[in-house]
Design a protein around this ligand. Structure first.
Ligand code: SF4
Length: 425
């Protein structure tokens, strides 16, 4: 039996994974953070946050660490007089958008991004988007979504943004594959090549690089999620007739092979032909992973809930790098989208959904793991207590999907351990 066939068979037998559900104080970034990687992906889009100075500061500090920061996002500040109802926030928003679009004719797609303050004053951004769309059509499309931090986590911003795009995707009856989720350009190019070599086509990506090149969707579209946090987008695509291809996520040599093989099977490609295409890049990925294995094997890792990538990452680190997940915390557990991943987790691993940050910190301290994956807010205090940490947000800013990135992905987890080892000398 080939590697792929063995793994596909394993996926059918999900082990019983105990889940600890927690509701309490949380420590996460809000959905505005997604703008930092989305604005680089959709080249002629602009993200206008309708929010407060806090929102502007969050964006500036998150973008400030990026050398690519370009002015394709901004914050329309809701002032105190708006909050007090002394000014018509809709008039002010229209004026801001008009000035922006006059100054920036390169903008073809404008997202009005809701925030906690815009929700507090009940500013209806969907009506504003509709009104402004009519005014600026056909040159500019105006859409809206919420990046509010209330009851969300930071990757949900991408989900909300892509879900907002689904209704305006052109309709098609043709058969095709849609890859869903923002991927670095280099990763997208590699997947295009591999999918073409497998004989799958036409292949489109959501988000597309240009507003006027949106991928078509219809009842003969099959889609493959590239990220595990796209529940609303998947639902919106299914409402347009598209069908999801169940698969593990393309992290590591194994995950990438499973992800591509799932697409190939859905398009009727036979197992031997899949193996011919995947064998060489998978072997390269395994060789790259072997460089990091001596440092990572046997190390205990604790995930705080943050990016929603925790389950696929834990699967990769446990199965391919020999790490031992102590606890896999995730903000939300989408059982259906993660079914193939859950089936591959080590038997008996502790999985927690939601967060009660104090209790989880106690469990983490008691477990004394070798490495903690968490948000920025928890990393510094934990480092001060002597624990090595990895910022989960880095996993969204770094190309980590696919065979050629597998070594870099392992390296992200090896580096904090190397640094700590050097400090200990
Ligand atoms: S949207 Fe809410 S959580 Fe996010 S920066 Fe603005 S106020 Fe803070």
């Amino acid at each position: 039996m080939s590697d792929l066939a063995t793994l596909a068979a394993g996926c059918d037998a999900a082990p019983s994974v105990p889940i600890l559900r927690e509701r309490g104080q949380r420590s996460v970034f809000c959905g505005l953070t997604g703008i930092i990687w989305l604005h680089r992906k959709i080249e002629d889009a602009f993200f206008l946050v309708v929010g407060s100075r806090t929102c502007a500061h969050l964006l500036q500090s998150a973008a400030g660490v990026m050398i690519f920061a370009e002015p394709r996002f901004a914050t329309a500040i809701i002032e105190e007089r708006d909050l007090a109802g002394l000014a018509d926030a809709n008039d002010e928003l229209d004026a801001v958008v008009t000035r922006l679009l006059e100054r920036r004719p390169d903008i073809k797609l404008l997202f009005l991004v809701g925030s906690c303050p815009s929700e507090v004053i009940k500013l209806d951004l969907s009506r504003a988007a509709f009104r402004l769309s009519q005014r600026f059509a056909p040159t500019v499309r105006v859409l809206n979504y919420s990046g509010s931090g209330i009851e969300t986590t930071f990757t949900q911003g991408e989900d909300a943004c892509l879900a907002a795009l689904v209704p305006i995707l052109p309709a098609t009856t043709a058969r095709g594959l849609l890859i869903v989720g923002a991927l670095a350009d280099v990763v997208e190019a590699q997947f295009r090549r591999l999918l073409a070599a497998l004989g799958i086509g036409p292949v489109a990506f959501l988000p597309a690089g240009q507003a006027n090149a949106l991928p078509p969707v219809g009842a003969n579209t099959q889609f493959l999620l590239a990220q595990p946090f796209l529940a609303d987008t998947a639902r919106a695509l299914e409402a347009r007739g598209a069908r999801r291809i169940p698969a593990a996520f393309p992290l590591g040599a194994e995950g990438t092979a499973l992800w591509l093989a799932a697409a190939a099977r859905a398009f009727g490609i036979a197992a031997p032909a899949i193996e011919v295409v995947l064998a060489a890049p998978r072997a390269r990925a395994r060789a790259a992973l072997a460089c990091h294995a001596p440092l990572l094997a046997g190390k205990r890792i604790f995930f705080f809930p943050d990016s929603q990538l925790e389950v696929p990452l834990a699967r990769f680190l446990a199965r391919e790098m020999g790490m031992q997940p102590v606890e896999i915390g995730t903000p939300y557990l989408h059982r259906q989208h993660l079914a193939e991943e859950l089936a591959l987790l080590p038997e008996g691993v502790r999985l927690s959904e939601g967060q009660h940050v104090e209790r989880q910190l106690d469990r983490c301290r008691a477990a004394a793991p070798d490495l903690v994956v968490c948000g920025l807010g928890l990393a510094n205090p934990l480092e001060a207590e002597g624990l090595a940490t990895k910022w989960s947000i880095e996993l969204l800013f770094t190309p980590i999907q696919g065979f050629e990135q597998a070594g870099d992905l392992a390296g992200l987890f090896a580096r904090p351990l190397q640094r700590r080892a050097l400090l200990a000398v």
